[in-house]
Design a protein around this ligand. Structure first.
Ligand SMILES: *Cc1c(COP(=O)(O)O)cnc(C)c1O
Length: 367
């Protein structure tokens, strides 16, 4: 068997005519930048979330940066985020001139350890960025309460958590604004870079839209200097074509995860990531932890199974953060570096393939 880590082609083939039509329409109508397909996707995505505003942008990194910039976060400020994420969560803090402040993660869920957030709050702290990592939502009740007590903004990084939920509330609907990525491999993926911001705040929505489009809401009316960060029509039309399937695809990811959890339950050398109670996971990734990670990964590769390490280094341990002279050790995030492994997961992955992967994992640990 040959099992890829993700199979974007399988998804394309399952809705090929809809995607091809969507692309054809944009080209024949030359609706490349702005225009009706962008507007349509923004409206559909906002409606699906029951949020007032969706502001589409070029990618899920710009969305974080634009939110912080328009909230006035700047040099001298501090923003708290997770020690374990993709670098966008922290590099965008630095882009505003502010300083990223890392908090270690929960051992079981890999999300920011909410019990350690308050220790990191100073008079300079302006915001908390909870990252709903792998599709696992953060403990939002506690994070929102801490933010309220200290007067901080909560900016949700939802790049990996499309349609995850916490106590019936969707990821991306709880903070002042939230950031989504539609990078091709994300749960809702475009065919290139794409992203968006969700917010219920009318004034902020205008600011985000303005900043992402050279500081102008109307052509040539530049109220501020901005950046060029727009979703293009082709990506918008592709995303609209995929949107009717996203909840079904999220269910399929849950089906895969359930199968893994069932088949790996009695493998003592492997720890699967927990699922937070009262939550709905969207399983962007399915993670295991084992102290024989490198050997297991090599063995699975030799048996035709592609796996990935997300991520080999915790954020505070990256070279680019040496300048922060951090004295802490972030034991959970750092300890995971040599142990975590992402197994294949995508909506089209069959139970048979998952059975094969689980068998090979068991074989490895028996040998
Ligand atoms: C993918 C990702 C981003 C950035 O998204 P891009 O669209 O690739 O810029 C931000 N945060 C997290 C947690 C991500 O996984």
């Amino acid at each position: 068997m040959n099992i890829p880590f993700v199979d974007l082609k399988a998804q394309y083939n399952s809705i090929k005519s809809e995607i091809d039509d969507a692309i054809g329409n944009v080209i024949s109508e030359t609706a490349f930048i702005g225009g009706k397909y962008v507007k349509k996707f923004e409206t559909e995505f906002a409606n699906l979330y029951g949020v007032k505003h969706c502001i589409s942008v070029a990618n899920g990194t710009d969305s974080l940066y634009i939110i912080m910039k328009m909230l006035g976060i700047q040099e001298g400020d501090e923003v708290i985020t997770s020690a374990y994420s993709w670098i966008s969560s922290s590099e965008t803090i630095s882009q505003t001139g502010a300083t990223p402040v890392f908090v270690d993660i929960d051992e079981n869920y890999y999300t920011i350890n909410e019990a350690e957030i308050e220790k990191k709050i100073t008079s300079k702290t302006k915001a908390i960025i909870p990252v709903h990592i792998h599709g696992q939502i953060c403990e939002m009740d506690k994070i929102l309460a801490i933010a309220k007590k200290h007067g901080l903004y909560v900016i949700e990084d939802c790049a990996q958590s499309h349609f995850s939920e916490f106590k019936g509330r969707r990821a991306g609907t709880m903070g002042i604004a939230s950031s989504f990525s539609f990078y091709p491999g994300k749960n809702l993926g475009a065919y290139g870079d794409a992203g968006c911001i969700l917010t219920n705040d009318d004034a902020l929505a205008d600011k985000f839209r303005m900043y992402a489009n050279h500081g102008a809401l109307q052509k040539h009316q530049h109220q501020i200097e901005g950046i060029n960060s727009r979703l293009d029509g082709l990506q918008a039309a592709i995303l609209s074509a995929k949107l009717p399937y996203i909840l079904k695809w999220t269910d399929e990811r849950n089906r895969c995860a359930k199968k893994y959890l069932e088949l790996l339950a009695d493998v003592k050398s492997v720890t699967c990531t927990g699922v937070r109670p009262d939550s709905k996971h969207s399983f962007h990734l399915f993670m295991i932890r084992t102290n024989r990670r490198d050997d297991l990964q090599a063995y699975l590769k030799s048996e035709g199974i592609e796996t990935v390490v997300h991520y080999p280094k915790a954020l505070p341990n990256l070279d680019c953060y040496k300048y922060l002279n951090l004295e802490e050790s972030y034991p959970v995030a750092t300890g995971n570096e040599s142990q975590i492994l992402s197994l294949p997961i995508f909506p089209e992955l069959s139970n048979e393939s998952i059975g094969y992967i689980a068998d090979k994992i068991k074989e490895f640990f028996k040998a």
